[in-house]
Design a protein around this ligand. Structure first.
Ligand code: SF4
Length: 359
């Protein structure tokens, strides 16, 4: 029998379990502190709990939902962690140091890119995660557990979370919201909701539902095309929810939330990088009061698109900036390990060699 992981257990559930086990209520705070603040690596480390309680806990809950399988990257660069789940599947999380251009050379801030599903059903044409299709949703313990595991492995504090790893987070909204409650909860990780960004390919009903959620979570939209015709070539989801419907949902979001939307736009050579697309994108961004992140395409094994020249990327951004839109463009190359979410997992599941696990 697979035990539930403690990283997915809400404080109220833990309190109920302690009460049923005949334990005093104050033990809940101690256990939560070991899991979320001290990030205990074993039950034995929980030194202020009686041994009998540790044994009962171990019989009821796994401490972690994830087993570290591999790391790529070094401490001062982007690091990608591969985790093995209980059922033998793999997911990845990517720890990204702060951009010195934005935060200064000495900044030690870190952003963690978290996965929400094993594989993905949405099949965006630029994405390694979509290549092998959808396997299953992650549960709250597997989602929130990525933050604890990344902090344990790196020794760093995660300051920002982006749900941009493997999977479409809004297709797993119930588990995502349960994980967010644990990540933001006072008794658990206690990271501010404003430091969380959910990225979606554009699931309209779920965007509306998240807009009604009381916390000020940020939203990023994988747009990648400024017209239906272009976007449909890249993102099959656009057939179900075309731009007009998506933008209505984003208007609703803007009415409910006091957060600037982000439009993500991967620049693909001769697919979506024309200056006409830039001009239309600028109109959308202005109307939605959104900022735009331009990301030159990185090669994905098995896909044959290419990256536009730096000159073309700059010209695209220039159109946006001239129209008064805040637009960022990251041109540095050599980001082979964060090239595309899902690649590390695909290599592991297809048996290609990767580096062994290293703390
Ligand atoms: S970009 Fe996101 S939604 Fe699209 S296939 Fe990849 S993981 Fe799925």
């Amino acid at each position: 029998m697979t035990l539930p992981a403690l990283t997915g257990i809400a404080p109220e559930t833990l309190a109920d379990w302690l009460s049923a086990a005949g334990e005093p209520p104050f033990r809940a705070a101690q256990i939560l502190e070991w899991v979320w603040k001290k990030k205990a690596a074993s039950y034995d480390a929980m030194s202020n709990l009686p041994e009998a309680l540790r044994r009962k806990l171990a019989a009821a809950y796994r401490l972690s939902a994830l087993q570290h399988a591999a790391t790529q990257g070094a401490a001062d660069t982007t690091r990608k962690f591969l985790f093995r789940l209980q059922d033998g599947r793999y997911v990845e999380s990517v720890l990204i140091p702060a951009n010195p251009a934005l935060y200064g050379e000495k900044s030690d801030r870190h952003t963690l890119c978290v996965s929400s599903q094993v594989g993905c059903a949405y099949g965006c044409k630029f994405c390694a995660s979509g290549l092998a299709g959808f396997t299953r949703n992650l549960d709250a313990g597997e989602i929130a557990g990525q933050v604890i595991a990344a902090e344990q492995l790196s020794g760093e504090r995660v300051d920002n979370l982006v749900f941009m790893g493997m999977g479409e987070p809004l297709a797993n909204l119930d588990h995502l919201l349960a994980a967010i409650a644990l990540i933001t909860g006072k008794e658990t990780l206690h990271l501010g909701a404003r430091h969380l960004t959910v990225s979606t390919s554009g699931l309209v009903p779920q965007i509306r539902r998240l807009a009604e959620h009381p916390q000020q979570i940020r939203l990023a939209i994988s747009l990648h095309g400024a017209t239906d015709e272009v976007r449909q070539r890249i993102m099959p989801v656009n057939r179900k929810w075309p731009l007009a419907e998506l933008f209505q949902a984003l208007d609703f979001w803007n009415q409910r939330k006091n957060q600037k939307l982000t439009l993500e736009y991967i620049l693909i050579d001769n697919v979506n990088d024309s200056l006409e697309q830039a001009a239309i994108l600028a109109r959308h961004a202005r109307r939605l009061r959104a900022k735009v992140n331009l990301i030159p395409y990185n090669i994905v094994q098995g896909l044959d698109w290419t990256r536009p020249s730096d000159t073309r990327c700059r010209a695209f951004r220039e159109v946006l900036v001239k129209a008064g839109v805040t637009a960022t463009l990251r041109l540095e190359k050599g980001h082979d390990i964060d090239a595309a979410c899902g690649q590390l997992r695909l290599k592991r599941e297809t048996g290609e060699g990767i580096v062994p696990a290293a703390m």
